[in-house]
Design a protein around this ligand. Structure first.
Ligand code: SF4
Length: 362
């Protein structure tokens, strides 16, 4: 992710120089070949109208599995014809391959590093910290223009929530209460989907059915306002409040204790409980449930979550891929609960809500 960010921040000249320095041996498709494959190239490049508007590289297809998976490249005689616009994806794949190779070499060298008390703790820390790539959140991520995001509609909107937030929502409905970290995780998520502070206060007040107004005002109102940055000191990002939690934060910080509902079900539930919850939310496909189990056993929690998302939205994803209205970057791996919500909402309301930027920026 750091690499991607740095690469995208470079200007065109710097990128060109960097790519040249890698000596990747990419073959640029000649004008003659372009003309020869005209129809195939046009058909395999979503959104492209004129052949002259694009150039292609020819590479072994194994170097761009992501593009092959999303069917955005022409495959011919073992080669993938990659449009220039997908350059970032290719560089990322190349970088990932080199990084993995480097990590493998490092892991082989690790036993020899045992006596080095400087490096080993750093490597141990690294291996535990990066359960998923992290994602930051910016205000524009909340924008879903025209969508009915208000206190009265949260039950309805919860069909688009990822499992972590569905669990919080269901627990809140069942107990009319959530403990501290659950309230914080859920409040920030609701803020992230675009719920106003006023509506968020109404939502919590109505949800906490068993307490009086007085108790709510004394014990809970301040925390909601604080999360929104309406009150609080300078650690509170100068009035903007805290950012909604990313998957990485939810997966790695404050594991839930007894009676707490925050965290990520893929990580913090037993496999049996996770399966029951998935079934209760309508996931009955055996293949999906088996895949989730495998992912979870390999600690690939967010991959399990993406697997469920892709299954639940398979028809819509096929549609936007087929008509080329969404690019592969807009369907890349979800690493933030708010991306899950926004993408789910947009896919299930295709044509009704302006798409805007679908991703939470990495
Ligand atoms: Fe939520 Fe992320 Fe876990 Fe999915 S992977 S349930 S979005 S924390």
């Amino acid at each position: 992710m750091l690499f991607k960010l740095r690469f995208q921040a470079d200007d065109g000249k710097e990128r060109r120089a960097f790519i040249d320095s890698l000596m990747l041996n990419w073959e640029v498709v000649s004008e003659d070949e372009k003309r020869l494959l005209r129809d195939h190239l046009l058909a395999s490049t979503p959104g492209l109208k004129k052949l002259e508007d694009e150039n292609w590289f020819k590479v072994d297809w194994t170097r761009v599995p992501e593009l092959v998976e999303h069917r955005t490249v022409l495959l011919r005689k073992g080669k993938a014809y990659v449009p220039m616009r997908e350059q970032t994806s290719m560089i990322m794949t190349e970088f990932t391959a080199r990084l993995e190779k480097g990590l493998e070499l490092t892991s082989r060298a690790l036993p020899r590093l045992d006596e080095d008390d400087r490096l080993t703790p750093i490597l141990n820390h690294l291996s535990k910290s990066f359960t998923t790539p992290d994602a930051a959140f910016s205000d524009s991520d909340a924008s879903l223009h025209g969508a009915p995001i208000n206190a009265a509609n949260i039950d309805n909107l919860s069909q688009h929530f990822p499992l972590c937030m569905k669990h919080l929502h269901n627990t809140l409905r069942k107990n009319s209460h959530l403990k501290h970290y659950g309230r914080l995780q859920y409040t920030l998520f609701l803020k992230g989907i675009g719920l106003s502070l006023e509506d968020c206060l109404i939502f919590w007040r109505q949800s906490f059915k068993l307490i009086t107004d007085d108790t709510f005002n004394k014990e809970y109102r301040y925390n909601v306002r604080h999360a929104y940055g309406d009150v609080g000191g300078d650690t509170n990002r100068r009035g903007r409040g805290y950012s909604p939690y990313s998957c990485q934060k939810i997966l790695t910080e404050h594991p839930p204790g007894t009676g707490e509902a925050h965290g990520c079900p893929y990580r913090h539930f037993s496999v049996d409980n996770l399966t029951s919850m998935l079934q209760a939310t309508g996931v009955h496909d055996r293949e999906v449930l088996r895949g989730v189990k495998e992912d979870v056993e390999k600690n690939r929690y967010h991959i399990a979550c993406n697997r469920v998302f892709e299954w639940a939205h398979k028809n819509e994803i096929k549609k936007v891929k087929d008509d080329g209205s969404w690019g592969s970057a807009e369907l890349d791996t979800i690493v933030h609960p708010n991306t899950y919500f926004k993408r789910s909402y947009l896919l299930k309301n295709l044509g009704k809500v302006p798409k805007g930027d679908v991703r939470i920026e990495d």
